[in-house]
Design a protein around this ligand. Structure first.
Ligand code: 5AD
Ligand code: FES
Length: 347
């Protein structure tokens, strides 16, 4: 009975809050049909190509204390590390040889990485590999800082908004972190001409189906180039250690809704999805995702960038990781490609 609603979503790329909610609450009866439609839209826009991003986890130092995150400042069990500029550049160089044309520099909010240091790293990577995109995922910084990094050559920025409900935001973060500041950062990034990615965890503590419906309206309004979502996974040394994990089932359903709402969005099947379910990333691609982000970080730091328990790919060399993902994609009829994998603007 939800087929007409899904057909309308595929046609008009938006539903009302109540309609999104009805689909989310009744997902068992329509997940296959929704995924089928999402796959069709994905193939119209991107064929069966899967874009790969080389993820370089530059630092697990963080000044914040998000209740869900394993590298929160308050976690004294975390063994801290930071990569030097040379180590970051070397990781990008080896990634280039493996076929990566996008590098994602991700890290906690670590004051060590001044604009000067980061601008040096970004411009060096862009100089050596002018055919590559540099994506940053380094949390909240000032407008001036975002501008300096953009001027140095950064193309894209990932900053998950985490939740579109300010009350929910307060339950996930301590006092001192602000929903408004996060939204302002996202606006600043957009204004500076970054391709912007936002996102949220699925099944995070206190999240409701209504919140998820609101996420869809938020995404529709913001119209970002990238959306990163993955299941919440508890970490043993955080205040949320006893909460249930999000499921692959709900995450893939949300991926399909996002694909139909933002037909051209760059949408990763995340490592977190591959962690809650052995073939989670494959299921994500089959639900409409079109990006995967293999780990390019040096193997000796991999186990230290533990946002959540049991993270996959922490023992594998970059070359192994990319080979593994390539063959996983191939098995389900998709091809990883050597490409920057930019957002396709409407023609
Ligand atoms: N489970 C799943 N995702 C997490 N993140 C942080 N901690 C967890 C967790 N325990 C996500 C957040 C953050 C991104 C880098 O990782 O959404 O923005
Ligand atoms: Fe990293 Fe399979 S993708 S080992």
């Amino acid at each position: 009975m939800y087929k007409p609603l899904i057909d309308r979503l595929a046609r008009e790329t938006v539903l009302s809050r109540e309609e999104y909610l009805a689909l989310i609450e009744n997902r068992d009866s329509c997940r296959e049909y929704l995924a089928e439609k999402a796959r069709a839209v994905r193939e119209q826009n991107y064929g069966r190509d899967v874009y790969i991003r080389g993820l370089i986890e530059i630092s697990n130092h963080c000044k914040n204390n998000c209740f869900y995150c394993g590298i929160r400042a308050g976690n004294t069990c975390a063994e801290r590390y930071r990569l030097t500029p040379d180590e970051i550049i070397n990781a990008a160089n080896s990634g280039y040889a493996l076929g990566f044309r996008t590098f994602v520099l991700q890290g906690g909010e670590d004051g060590y990485y001044t604009d000067e240091i980061l601008c040096g790293v970004i411009s060096e990577i862009k100089k050596r590999h002018p055919d590559c995109a540099v994506t940053l995922s380094l949390g909240e910084r000032s407008l001036e800082s975002y501008k300096a990094l953009r001027d140095a050559g950064a193309d894209r920025y990932l900053l998950r908004h985490e939740t579109t409900n300010p009350e929910h935001y307060k339950k996930l973060h301590p006092d001192g972190m602000s929903f408004e500041n996060r939204q302002e950062c996202i606006e600043n990034l957009k204004a500076l001409g970054y391709q912007v990615g936002v996102g949220f965890m699925v099944g995070s503590p206190y999240q409701t189906a209504e919140d998820l419906a609101d996420e869809m309206l938020y995404l529709k309004k913001l119209n970002p180039q990238m959306v990163g979502i993955g299941p919440f996974i508890s970490h043993k040394d955080t205040p949320f250690r006893d909460f249930e994990n999000g499921t692959a089932e709900l995450t893939t359903f949300m991926l399909s809704l996002i694909r139909l709402t933002l037909p051209r969005v760059l949408l990763p099947a995340t490592t977190a999805l591959g962690t809650v379910e052995a073939d989670g990333r494959e299921l994500g691609i089959l639900a409409g995702a079109n990006v995967v982000m293999p780990n390019l970080s040096p193997v000796n730091v991999r186990k230290k960038y533990m946002l959540y328990d049991n993270k996959i790919c922490t023992g594998d060399e970059a070359a192994q990781c990319i080979e593994c993902l390539k063959s996983r994609m191939k098995k389900i009829g998709y091809n990883t490609v050597v490409s920057r994998g930019d957002y396709k603007n409407e023609v």
